[in-house]
Every structure is written in C-alpha cells, then in structure tokens.
Design a protein around this ligand. Sequence first.
Ligand code: ARG
Length: 399
Amino acid sequence: MTDRVVLAYSGGLDTSAAIPFLAEKTGAEVVAVAVDVGQGGEDLEVIRTRALDCGAVESVVVDAREEFAADFCMPALRADALYMDRYPLLSALSRPLIAKHLAAAAVEFGGTHVAHGCTGKGNDQVRFEASLAALNPSLKVVAPARDYAWTRDKAIAFAAEKGLPIDTTKKSPYSIDQNLWGRAVETGFLEDIWNAPTEDVYSYTADPALPREPDEVVITFESGLPVALDGRRLTPFQIVAELNERAGAQGVGRIDMVEDRLVGIKSREVYEAPGATTLITAHMELENVTVERDLARFKRTVDQRWSELVYDGLWFSPLKRALDAFIDTGQRHVSGDIRMTLHGGRAVVTGRRSEASLYDFNLATYDTGDSFDQSLAKGFVELFSLPSKIASSRDARLG
Ligand code: ARG
C-alpha cells in the first residue's frame, strides 16, 4: 500500500506547490487538510478544490472557528496569556488545534506521515511536532521547507513547470500569520529593528492617531469567560470577532516587539490583536475585583509559565494541563461586567460591577461610613516589620 502524507494546507502558493513536490520526493499520496481558525480570506471550498487540482488524493477543510475560540482562545484569556508580557500567543494557539485536526485526518485517511510548511528557524515547527508527538507518537513528520530547503522561489518555479492552477504573482513583502486571536507580521524591512512599521503592515487595526469618536462597550463575564457584549449574549467566536472590529477601528492592540524564540533567535514581530487585547485588559481588571489577593499574586506566576509553555509548543503537556486545572479553580468567581472605552489605540477600563466582588465600599471609603478599624493597623504594622527590624540591628552590630 502506498504511504499517505497528511499536509497542513493553507491554500497559498507554498503549500499548494508542496503537494506535487511531496508526492515526487516521498512517493506518497498527499492528503490536504486546511483548517479555518478565523483567518478570513478565501472561501474554504475554493481552497479544498485547489488542493485536488494540485494533485492531492483527498482534501478536507475544517471549520474550526468556534472550536478555536472556545478551546484555545478562551483558555488563553483566562490565563491572561501574554508571552514576554506582551504577545497574546495567536500563532502559538492555532498550531496545537491544527495538529489535532492533522492527527484526526491521519486516522481517517490512513496517513503515516504529516507534513507542514514551517522552516527550521521558527517556533511553529516545534509547536506542530511537539503537539503531534503528544497526540500520536507513531506519526512521522516531513517539513519540506526545512528538510528539503523548499523555498518560495522553488515553489514558484515548480508551479510554473507543473502548470499548477495557482497565482504565483502575489508578492507580499511580509510573512503573515493571522487568525481570530490576532495577526503577526514579520520579514521585509521590519527585519531592521530600527525601522518603524508603516501603515501597510496593518490590517486588523486602523491608525490610532486618526480622529474619531470613542466607542464604549460593556463585556459580561461568567467564571472567567466572556458571554455577552452590551447585554447581547454571544458565542466566544462572535465576541472576539466583534471586538476585533470595534477595537480594531479604534487602533487598539498594536504590538511591535523583539521576542525570544524557542530556537534561540531574537526576532522582530509586529502584532495586532484588538479583540484579544481588549478582552485580556477587561478580564485582568475583573480578576482584580473578584480574586483574593494571594490567589491573584500566585496566578500571575502561573499565567507567565502557562504563556511560556504554550509559546514553546507544549500545549498538550502534563504541566500545561495541571496549570489549566489551577486556573480553572480560580476562575469560579470571575463573573461580572467591565465597561471600557475604546479610543486612540487604547482599551481603558472605566467601570466594574460584580455579584462576586471582593471590593467592600465600607472598608475602602475615606468618607463617613468607614467600617475599617484603624487601631488594628498599628500592631499589625509593628509585627509585620519585626523581622526587618531585627535583621537591621544585627547588621548594624556586625558591620
Ligand atoms: N512570532 C510568532 C510566534 O512565534 C508568530 C510566528 C508566525 N509569524 C509570521 N509572521 N508568520 O508565535
């Protein structure tokens, strides 16, 4: 029986030309799998047919938009996930989901190998392969760009030679990855890290400096999950999509950073994540109101580790699962409303209300009605300072 290789297919030039290339190189039949994670663009049926026209024996498209939102973006939101305190992990979130559908297709269509288009310099090869290793360790991996130096130029030449029905004239100077949670842009003139991004880099966000009316939104959360916008109950996908539009129109969520890749390279990436930025800002503030202090402090450490694990491709790992259980426990009371003003590139919280609030007006107030007994503070401060005081006198004695 001929081997079958399941290819992570985007519909673009590189993975389209990779279909006959892989067949030629490996002697295997190619099964193309395209996954919709909210990246927009072409119709899924057009993409499905193109893979067949390029020589795939089977071609499947998976509408995974709600799954991506519910099972990948929402856990990231509950973890307030920002790698290096800034990057909302959009690419890192989609790879384990795509890997899951590749592994499922391998079972369905008898695939022995999986192929992806990542190079050997990036994080995404790690994310695909670490996910696949956890999901189905018997699958072998082929990565044409990495293993056979399959470049864009070769793809164009190969497509012309084989007469493939694909447009080889598209000439974006950037490498772009986009989905519901945001958009990542690199390469081209951005590789000089002194160069400022030009407006043409952006597509999810408008120029924050343009004059416009602010937008106000009320986001309702239940146990750490957003469930409504302005009182309208929506699915996670709908909520992120609407906030991408509304916050994007206000220029919210642009991030320009140099980041530490897992393979050891520092790289420059420009992100835009209007919906994710708005939701994480709102969620963090609702946690400030509803999560007990020590739990909140510890969660920040957990959130950071969670983000690093997911960045590093370890979505399906025991530690990530255990941290999810911790986060889940702590989200029980993260319920209520957050009001925000979206304007001038910022999403600013202006109000919060919650049945589960730990904010006690009578304890906090400086007006009359104060129920806080200030006389208790005197002894507390004295005992709290005692260890430092003793250490300090020891240090003075010994010089
Ligand atoms: N640097 C980001 C990450 O590792 C995005 C990777 C894909 N970026 C791109 N522009 N193609 O998660």
